[in-house]
Ligand binder design. Structure first.
Ligand code: MG
Length: 380
């Protein structure tokens, strides 16, 4: 029996992980942790009967502790304690944002296997976590696909990693992206995901962050990581080998598949997800991304190539800008503008420590928030 802890159990990946675990033998829900969603966590506790729970929000944790019969840990310390508990085998890190950094690093140091869905961990701290590369498996569909395509291959055989992107809701949008609404941006054509990542898919920043993740996961140069638009989201990514041929991984557009594979690896097990039937799809299409219309993709490549602290700045500025857009304060195209402004005047720093990462992350957020507060003024 493998004991699982889910950090971020109330989010999109967390809830889907619980769905997978419900029908998966050999796994036990040991601990559930969330940010502040006390009511939903309580429901999950009653349904899945973990031994421990944790909430990052202290007040919510104290309140929950009165209502359930298991220990409720609190704060980031509580999340770390839960992730590092000696009985834990696998930690699913599906927490959104930089709050996932410290618990992930501590769990790795404690020898835990990490099923990673938190982007910040690799984007900001890739150089720190990849010391523990053999303990980390990806959940993100693209990285799971690349990982499966690369299985058993040598580095010398590989020519390019090719990440697929759906292109988001604005792939064929004819009007100006300056004035698109939040509702339009949230209307993702193929994936059902949380709000922040859905906006990131619309700007292509999500793909940019995934390029940086792929760089760390697979130790691949940025010149050898490509992005291709594939609106059907059936081919989850591809590897080009030195002979020019491609190996692709295809699957139903459902995160429960890569989540399950991350847990059962190296075994493939039966799934609750409907099987992929190619004859029902008709056509799979591919096109090059439009770097001019979607500047976030370029910004991410640039930040990744600079490396060090720069991807942290990219990510923090983007998170604040996306929240500003979702709050109706800025326009869609202000997101890349704010990111660009924050990147333009940050101080470069190689191999930052966790403390430096968290400090610069915070500093960048303050700066980006100032840009957000000035609203739609920042047209270049
Ligand atoms: Mg993805």
């Amino acid at each position: 029996m493998k004991n699982i802890v889910i950090l971020g159990s109330t989010g999109s990946i967390g809830t889907q992980t619980l769905e997978v675990l419900k029908d998966l033998s050999g796994f036990n829900v040991f601990g559930l942790a969330a940010g502040s969603n006390k009511e939903m966590l309580k429901e999950q506790i009653l349904k899945h009967r973990p031994k421990f729970a944790a909430l990052a929000n202290q007040e919510a944790a104290f309140a929950l502790a009165q209502e359930v019969d298991i220990p409720v840990l609190s704060d980031v310390d509580g999340l770390c304690e839960l992730a590092c508990h000696e009985e834990v085998d696998i930690v699913v890190v599906s927490i959104v944002g930089s709050a996932g950094l410290r618990p992930t690093l501590e769990a790795l140091k404690a020898g835990k296997k990490i099923a990673l869905a938190n982007k910040e961990t690799l984007v900001s701290a890739g150089h720190l976590v990849m010391e523990y590369a053999d303990q980390i498996v990806p959940i993100d569909s693209e990285h799971s696909a690349l990982w499966q395509c690369l299985e058993g291959r040598n580095k010398e055989e590989v020519s390019k990693l090719i990440l697929t992107a759906s292109g988001g809701p604005f792939r064929n949008y004819k009007g100006s992206l300056e004035d698109v609404t939040i509702e339009q941006a949230l209307n993702h054509p193929s994936w059902k995901m949380g709000g922040k990542i859905t906006i990131d898919s619309a700007t292509l920043m999500n793909k940019g962050l995934e390029v940086i993740e792929a760089h760390w996961f697979f130790g691949t140069d940025y010149d050898d990581i490509e992005v291709i638009i594939h609106p059907q989201s059936i081919v989850h990514s591809l590897v080009r080998f030195v002979d020019g041929s491609l190996i692709a991984q295809l699957g139903t557009t459902d995160m429960r598949l890569p989540i399950q594979y991350a847990l059962t690896y190296p075994d493939i097990r039966t799934s609750i997800v409907p099987e992929l039937r190619l004859e029902q799809l008709g056509a799979l299409t591919f096109e090059s991304p439009d770097f001019d219309r979607f500047p976030c993709l370029n910004l991410a490549y640039q930040a990744g190539r600079i490396g060090g602290i720069t991807p942290t700045v990219l990510n923090a500025a983007n998170e604040v800008a996306v929240a500003g857009f979702m709050g109706g304060k800025i326009g869609f195209m202000d997101i890349p503008r704010i990111v660009e402004k924050c990147l333009a005047d940050h101080e470069k720093l190689d191999s930052p420590s966790l403390e430096e990462i968290l400090a610069i992350d915070q500093e960048t957020r303050v700066k980006a928030q100032e840009f957000v507060d000035t609203g739609r003024m920042i047209r270049s």
